[in-house]
Design a protein around this ligand. Structure first.
Ligand SMILES: C[S@@+](CC[C@H](N)C(=O)[O-])C[C@H]1O[C@@H](n2cnc3c(N)ncnc32)[C@H](O)[C@@H]1O
Length: 295
């Protein structure tokens, strides 16, 4: 059951006439060591982002197959990428990011986890010339696109995705959606302020302010990914937006069990957050086949 404050935010978003402007991220490329450390901590097993990472991990598992080459755009410290790669040892992953600090973190994490199926490359997701046309089986990107400076950069990234993805390729892109009211943005950003580092709360606030709108995603999906992916958002209030291809894998019991184990190992408050996310997306049309019995 969503908390009262989330319901209040939802009602505000439904009735407000405010249209908060998009404010570009102060740190487009995340290179500040303290901020990178705070971000990395928030994502690891007991961090505030753990339920979100598990949700996206399960979604990504539905669109990738053993034997695939999967490119993860703006992989950051590879927390999400590492989680997916560990559950899919027969799949090869290439993480791309511009930040040296992030890539160093990612490299250390991959080594610590003993993962052999991840390669890292430094580069911009707006120019994927390191990959040929129709050369990649699947593409993922989690909570990163809002780091692009403007709509033109987002469009370049979509054009590159469409260029390098094989026909019938897998796709899972997720990012925040822009909320209408600054009060709603602040409510979300500070919701878990007592559970996380202040630097992470500020990072989250800047991320929500920098988020593109559902309309932006719809426009680019129609132009570049029509027939390749469907657009979903959380119910009534699109604070998260997903572009996902057709399922490319039938439900795999080993994966489902491994995801369930991770889910049940989380503290109760994280399990509640995960259940809310599953519910908000299910009501928005996005099923979670590998995570939810109702999926
Ligand atoms: C909020 S982090 C997301 C990291 C990761 N995907 C995750 O789920 O935790 C955003 C990442 O985007 C990277 N980034 C920003 N602009 C980029 C660009 N143009 N090309 C590649 N990476 C970029 C930043 O360096 C940072 O690592």
């Amino acid at each position: 059951m969503p908390s009262l404050s989330v319901i209040k935010t939802m009602l505000r978003e439904l009735i407000t006439t405010e249209r908060s402007p998009r404010v570009t991220e102060p740190d487009l490329i995340m290179d500040d060591p303290d901020k990178v450390a705070a971000y990395t901590r928030a994502g690891r097993e007991d961090g505030v982002m753990a339920p979100v990472y598990l949700f996206h991990c399960a979604q990504i598992c539905e669109v990738i197959r053993p034997g695939d080459t999967v490119v993860d755009l703006a992989c950051g410290p590879a927390t999400q990428l590492g989680m997916v790669a560990k559950l899919n040892p027969e799949t090869h992953f290439i993480g791309v990011d511009l930040s040296t600090e992030m890539l160093n973190r990612a490299e250390a994490y991959i080594a610590e986890q003993g993962l052999q199926n991840i390669e890292l490359k430094q580069g911009s997701i707006t120019n994927l010339s390191m990959f040929g046309d129709a050369s990649v089986d699947a593409i993922t990107s989690t909570v990163a696109l809002h780091h692009l400076p403007d709509f033109a950069a987002l469009e370049q990234t979509f054009a590159e995705i469409a260029r390098i993805l094989k026909p019938q390729g897998g796709l899972y892109l997720v990012d925040f959606g822009h909320l209408k009211s600054e009060k709603s943005i602040k409510d979300f950003a500070y919701q878990y302020a007592d559970r996380q580092a202040e630097l992470f709360t500020l990072d989250y606030l800047y991320s929500l302010r920098a988020a593109f709108t559902l309309k932006d995603f719809k426009q680019l999906k129609n132009k570049y990914l029509a027939g390749k992916a469907e657009l979903f958002s959380t119910f009534l209030m699109p604070y998260m937006v997903v572009l996902k291809s057709q399922l490319r894998r039938s439900p795999d019991m080993d994966l489902i069990d491994a995801l369930a184990e991770k889910r049940h190992a989380m503290p109760n408050y994280h399990q509640t957050d995960l259940t809310d996310l599953i519910t908000f997306f299910r009501l928005g049309g996005l099923k979670s086949c590998f995570l939810d019995k109702k999926g």
